[in-house]
Design a protein around this ligand. Structure first.
Ligand code: IFM
Length: 467
């Protein structure tokens, strides 16, 4: 291991609460049953894209297409986690993280005929067994965007059949991994798969058509709905849920038109996913924003999609300030003088609190929530073997405070996963954007704890030492 993590786990000191990360003494985050973990995703860290029978995914194809990913980066090697997984689990455990959210690469575990790929499955079995040995709670996402290319060749998420293939994949994995997964997440951020993948083309497979986006979303949600009962049958003791990215939209003025624009922003980003899941219907305002894009919905689909969940995973990153576009939509009006991250995203912790408390009022059946991703990219530099990521430390502290406020307001939030355990392949932005609490030198694959990782570890150690 590149870093001796024991070096950062200082004994509890009377001054330890004064650091820039540790939550105040009265924060509910001190509760030992509030799970604090870190998250990653297969394509972003594993590499080894041609190994042990792994098939091509849409992200292999997309990233190999000139002009699609910054600097022509691909996930071919990434963090080489496929070979370094044992050391990476040691790193996670050394930090005292209690939970780990990972994803399975669908193209690694079954072929086009649905035949299991034993070598790929065994990789995840070994990984999950080691995590269990270390006492780490495992959240496993089945789909974090790496659709097998052979399915895209048959229409991908535009083809209803992909939803049924997904249920077959969920069936295989939950039979193979039953007992070693604490929580299954069917999909990560269907909004990104549908909108960025099929609506504006910024993500794989790179299609840009509004009608495609709504149809792809419907098939993604159907895939989720078909998979949940399969997961329940095969692995009854685990929790089942889905992970949605949510966005805060605020109005640029008090005008009715701008207020409406902010509402439509949140319909497009949040209700488009959450209403079908939690109310069994699409928000009609979505089709006012995008006229003529209603998806083809068959009888029974909405009931399948809205089957009860054990948890809802929420990923939150930023707020967007919007105004009316003068027609039936919204346009972004970037605020001046606000704090932003390396992605250009505005740092706005209150947005997380406000969305969570809003969901509690909107959805009578809101399941218990895990914050399954939150974090930020910064242009972190190694200097004398250290990375001082002070903006991230402050970002995390403020967002955890927002989570605490939402808990105090009555939202049931059971845990929080940092995005991300380590720097990794940030999709269309390649390796330039660094989201990790652990720095990765991609030339040597050396991992180095950033200051944020040290402080998270210190907090967890202090919390563990409390009686
Ligand atoms: O890196 C991504 C992750 O894969 C999904 N949620 C957002 C992160 C940061 O962009």
């Amino acid at each position: 291991m590149a870093n001796d993590t024991s070096a950062v786990l200082d004994p509890v000191s009377p001054h330890s609460l004064a650091d820039p990360f540790t939550p105040p003494a009265d924060s509910s985050l001190w509760r030992k049953n509030f799970l604090l973990g870190a998250a990653t995703a297969a394509y972003q860290i594993e590499g080894a894209i041609h190994e042990d029978g792994r098939l091509p995914s849409i992200w292999d194809t997309f990233s190999a297409t000139p002009g699609k990913v910054l600097a022509g980066d691909t996930g071919a090697v990434a963090c080489d986690h496929y070979h370094r997984w044992e050391a990476d689990v040691d790193l996670l455990a050394g930090l005292g993280l209690e939970g780990y959210r990972l994803s399975i690469a669908w193209p690694r575990v079954m072929d086009a005929a649905g035949t299991p790929n034993r070598k790929g499955i065994d990789f995840y079995k070994r990984l999950l067994a080691r995590l269990k040995e270390k006492g780490i709670t495992t959240f496993v996402t089945l789909y974090h965007w790496d659709l097998p290319q052979h399915l895209e060749d048959r229409g991908g998420w535009l083809n209803r059949d992909t939803a049924y293939r997904f249920a077959d994949y969920a069936d295989l994995m939950s039979r193979e991994l039953a007992g070693s997964v604490d929580a299954w997440g069917t999909l990560n951020e269907p909004w990104c798969s549908a909108y960025l993948g099929y609506g504006n083309g910024h993500h794989a497979p790179g299609l840009a058509n509004g009608r495609f986006a709504t149809q792809a979303m419907h098939h993604l949600l159907l895939a989720h709905g078909l998979a949940v009962p399969v997961l329940r049958a095969n692995d009854p003791r685990s929790q089942k849920g889905i992970v949605a990215n949510i966005g805060r939209g605020t109005a640029n003025s008090d005008s009715a038109a701008d207020q409406r624009a902010a509402h439509l922003f949140e319909v497009q980003h949040n209700a488009w996913v959450l209403d079908p899941l939690l109310k069994g219907e699409y928000p009609q305002d979505l089709f006012e924003l995008w006229p003529g894009t209603e998806p083809l919905v068959l009888d029974g689909d909405m009931k399948t999609i809205s089957a009860p969940l054990d948890f809802l995973g929420i990923n939150y990153y930023f707020r967007t300030n919007v105004a009316s576009d003068g027609a039936h939509g919204f346009k972004e009006v970037p605020l001046e003088g606000v704090e932003r991250t390396q992605m250009g995203w505005e740092v706005h912790p209150d947005g997380l609190r406000d969305l969570l408390t809003g969901f509690k009022d909107t959805y009578a059946n809101l399941p218990p929530i895990y914050i399954t991703e939150n974090g930020m990219a910064s242009d972190d530099q190694l200097s004398d073997g250290k990375v001082d990521d002070s903006q991230r430390i402050s970002f995390l502290k403020r967002h955890l405070a927002a989570v605490d406020e939402a808990i105090t307001a009555g939202v049931e939030i059971r845990g929080y996963f940092l995005w991300s355990l380590m720097d990794n392949f940030e999709w269309a932005f390649g390796y330039e954007r660094r989201f990790g609490i652990v720095h990765v030198d991609y030339a040597t694959q050396k991992r180095t704890l950033k200051r944020s990782a040290e402080l998270v570890a210190k907090f967890l150690k202090e919390r563990g030492a409390r009686t």
